[in-house]
Design a binder for this molecule. Structure first.
Ligand code: TXA
Ligand code: MG
Length: 330
């Protein structure tokens, strides 16, 4: 199979609809990362997504719909706070988990009685979702455990020859996956941190918790259980206080003939004169935007990536730190 990479046009949307109607998988741009989409109502199509990614069978998928789609047809109950949040932040990088009305394949939620629903703001995603006009199940378009894709080229590298079409919308500006928010309780609960932050949710919903799995408990967002976003090269991770140890490791790697490279925030770059370094930038938003792109570049260019943890906490940093620690193995 040849994999076509096409921008949005009448022709590419017609092709996308043909592939989706035939039960095939189409990759598409969103404002967070690229998605690997298929008909959420079809067992066979959803199964195909899991097979393509090599994804564990107990890690549920998010259903994507366009902005005019009637979400009440997919879920049993939408609490008032969720309606307020939807008004404030959708379309956008916020996925909301509701009690499911079982209108899509049971494989989407892996047997859970809830359904995660997302309305992406990307114009490419909206055009695709309008063209097919059905709920599209879509995980990030990377092989399971590999770095999430923020360009069509990243998707191509993981799936060329295995999917018919990538809808290219350019680089994903958000850069990290959507916030996953449990909306089945009295108050909202963040299952996966992202660009819509705890502070932003609390300011609309009145309050917002962050789910922390207890020791030995099955996590509520099963995807968070896995080592994830891992580059193919070796990695090491240090706090800013451990910079001297990190430099020693860098020099050791160089002596062995390897290619070490730092991976850190802009404020540290000045103290790394003469060392190779990838610059994550200075704000949480900038770091989210650059994170996966730089991880992709790092795994191409380095044999050892040495991450240094950013100093700030709160806001978008929480999502960035979550991805960073999981990419670098904690
Ligand atoms: O930004 C995004 O969300 C991207 C783009 C493509 O939309 N998608 C994405 O999908 O990141 P994926 O499959 O890589 O991550 C989905 C996350 C996983 O952590 C999964 O466990 C969680 O959402 N999830 C899905 N359905 C759930 C449910 N019913 N209850 C709790 N967590 C759920
Ligand atoms: Mg993913």
């Amino acid at each position: 199979m040849t994999t076509q990479v096409l921008g949005v046009s009448e022709r590419s949307l017609r092709l996308a609809k043909q592939y989706i109607d035939a039960g095939d998988v189409v990759a598409f741009h969103t404002e967070t990362v690229y998605g690997l989409g298929a008909d959420a109502r079809s067992d066979a199509a959803v199964k195909h997504i899991f097979e393509l990614k090599g994804r564990p069978q107990n890690n549920p998928l998010i259903v994507h719909v366009h902005r005019e789609f009637d979400i009440t047809s997919l879920v049993d109950f939408i609490p008032p706070y969720a309606e307020l949040l939807a008004k404030a932040y959708l379309p956008g990088p916020l996925t909301m988990v509701y009690p499911s009305s079982n209108k899509v394949s049971g494989l989407v939620s892996c047997g859970l009685n809830t359904l995660a629903v997302r309305v992406p703001s990307s114009e490419t995603a909206q055009a695709f979702l309008r063209a097919v006009d059905i709920p599209i199940a879509a995980p990030s378009a990377n092989l399971s455990k590999h770095i999430s894709p923020v360009t069509a080229q990243h998707v191509f590298e993981d799936f060329s020859g295995r999917i018919p079409l990538i809808l290219d919308g350019g680089k994903c500006e958000g850069g990290i996956e959507s916030t996953v928010l449990d909306c089945t309780g009295e108050t909202p609960l963040i299952l996966r941190a992202g660009l819509v932050t705890q502070e932003m949710i609390a300011s609309v919903a009145g309050s917002c918790g962050v789910y922390v799995p207890k020791e030995g408990e099955q996590p509520r967002s099963p995807g968070m259980a896995y080592k994830h976003y891992a580059p193919k090269c070796r990695t090491a991770f240090f706090s800013p206080e451990e910079l001297e140890r990190a430099k020693a490791l860098y020099l050791e790697e160089e002596e062995r003939g390897g290619v070490p490279c730092f991976f850190c925030e802009d404020a540290l770059i000045r103290s790394l004169d003469g060392f190779r370094a990838l610059d994550l930038g200075s704000s949480g938003e900038e770091m989210a935007n650059r994170l996966y792109e730089l991880l992709h570049r790092g795994e191409e260019e380095a044999t050892l990536l040495i991450g240094i943890c950013p100093k700030e906490r709160g806001g978008v940093y929480e999502g960035v730190l979550n991805r960073l620690t999981r990419a670098f193995g904690g």
